[in-house]
Design a protein around this ligand. Structure first.
Ligand code: FE2
Ligand code: FE2
Length: 481
């Protein structure tokens, strides 16, 4: 297979995988295409399918200048198949096959495991589009609306990325899985998406920003570990996806930062020192910081569940097989086999949190989750700088890993966000202090009024410091139909 840095846009499906020389695959993908477009029209951003949106489209996989910007109607977006350049003589970087040449085809013995990894990743991509489909109606600005749609079309492209692997390498089962990816629906009672956080609602913009910060960051960690894969096409696909993913996390982090900034600014302008003076702060049309903390608790804890059980034989098997590595595997200095080594995992034993040295192979999910938490903490620290700079006495914190968990060792553990243990009844009684309650959700819901004026922003959020593609403040990011 030849490899191009530049993308062929002459084909129905833009690609840099020489699709025109693989007629069978081309036909399979072209057959899948109308179903995808139907899915996008049904489940993509509602009410904005004919708007002109200032979007970036990937035109190359060269890290410098891979995107071009222009107005596009979303159903006409050029979703393509883009793989990062092949690294010559790349070897499997970890596991039992460490040092062997990376696989260009599916190793037969790992076929089922590999397919499952790809399907699980693929399922999250359309799910988030479905979760976010009504948000355009309450966008706080055209700038934010454009960012939402950018994230949405790229999640659509990520679905293409996974479907390419399924159709190219997995024959009939792959085609069936590709159909399944278009058939499941976020939150559907009969045919839901595969992972919990992807069946939750994203009902408002604070949720959206939290989702892109916390849940897309889980995506980043998963992609990072798949980018290490000994199955080279998966490595190359996910490597390019990561370049897009960075923008999604920027949207989340800066969205929360701008919300915090505006709250602090309005508090100050009105002589409010107490960040807990909820009624007074809300009456001014901004979101009080304790409510932002509650949203953080919710999204962080839901995202922790996405890592699966801290101690897991599946994770060990995928590592041994050379299919899914650790975060920044090639930068870690050890034998990359993890024989006879341990990793410390926080567990609850006899009513106390203790650190247990588990076999490192079994603890890979726990390790990836720890790497994730450290990455989240960096963003939280930057948010706290915004609060500190405004002179408000409040600190946002990541909740304790045992708080509000449904998967892993802390399932059925009742802990507060600071890790205080209690019984179920006590926890239920207090959960409204820690997670958004009906009153909080109602307040946020009513605050979310659209602001479609050019260069205008809803009262609850500050404008960004810099425009997308360096556009000026009065740029019309979305031309509404
Ligand atoms: Fe994605
Ligand atoms: Fe994403």
């Amino acid at each position: 297979m030849t490899m191009n840095i530049h993308v062929n846009y002459d084909d129905l499906i833009p690609n840099n995988v020489d699709l025109s020389n693989d007629p069978k695959l081309k036909r399979a993908l072209e057959k899948w295409h109308p179903g995808y477009i139907n899915w996008w029209k049904d489940m993509g951003p509602e009410g904005f399918q004919t708007a002109d949106v200032y979007l970036r489209t990937a035109v190359s996989v060269d890290p410098k200048g891979w995107a071009k910007f222009g107005y596009v109607k979303m159903p006409e977006y050029r979703w393509g198949i883009l793989l990062a350049p092949q690294v010559e003589d790349r070897t499997v970087p970890f596991g039992e096959h460490k040092g062997e040449l990376a696989w260009q085809d599916v190793p037969g013995e790992y076929r089922a495991m590999l397919r499952r990894l790809i399907v699980i990743q693929g399922d999250t991509e359309p799910a988030s589009v479905e979760q976010q489909r009504y948000l355009g109606k309450t966008a706080p600005s055209l700038y934010d609306m454009r960012n939402l749609f950018q994230v949405n079309v790229e999640e659509g492209r990520h679905l293409w990325a996974m479907v390419y692997l399924l159709q190219r390498y997995f024959g009939r089962d792959g085609r069936e899985e590709a159909e399944g990816l278009l058939a499941r629906r976020s939150g559907d009672a009969d045919n839901p998406r595969m992972l919990g956080a992807f069946n939750e609602k994203t009902p408002d913009w604070l949720s959206f920003f939290m989702f892109t910060f916390f849940t897309d960051r889980d995506g980043k960690m998963q992609l990072e570990s798949l980018a290490q894969s000994g199955f080279d096409p998966l490595s190359r696909t996910t490597r390019f996806m990561l370049t897009e993913e960075a923008h999604h996390m920027f949207v989340g982090e800066s969205g929360i930062a701008r919300t915090i900034e505006r709250t602090c600014e309005v508090m100050k302008a009105n002589g409010i020192d107490d960040p807990h003076g909820k009624e007074r702060i809300r009456a001014l049309g901004v979101i009080d910081l304790p409510t932002i903390q509650k949203k953080l608790n919710l999204h962080y804890s839901l995202s922790l569940d996405l890592f699966g059980s801290e101690v897991s034989t599946n994770a060990a098997n995928a590592f041994n097989a050379g299919l899914k590595g650790r975060y920044q595997e090639t930068k870690i200095e050890d034998d990359h086999m993890l024989r006879d080594v341990t990793y410390p995992v926080l567990e609850l034993k006899d009513g106390k949190f203790v650190t247990v040295d588990e076999p490192a192979l079994a603890a890979l999910n726990g390790r990836l989750r720890d790497d994730y938490s450290a990455d989240c903490q960096k963003g939280v620290t930057r948010w706290n700088k915004v609060i500190e700079k405004a002179g408000v006495n409040f600190e946002l914190k990541l909740s304790h890993p045992a708080f509000h968990r449904y998967i892993g060792g802390f399932t059925n553990v009742y802990a507060s966000p600071t890790g205080e243990l209690m019984d179920k009844a006590a926890w239920e009684k207090r959960k409204g202090e820690w997670l958004p309650n009906t009153d909080d959700m109602d307040f946020i819901y009513h605050l979310m009024q659209p602001e479609y004026g050019i260069g205008k922003y809803a009262n609850w959020i500050s404008p960004p410091k810099v425009g997308i593609d360096n556009k000026p403040g009065d740029f019309e990011y979305v031309k509404l139909a």
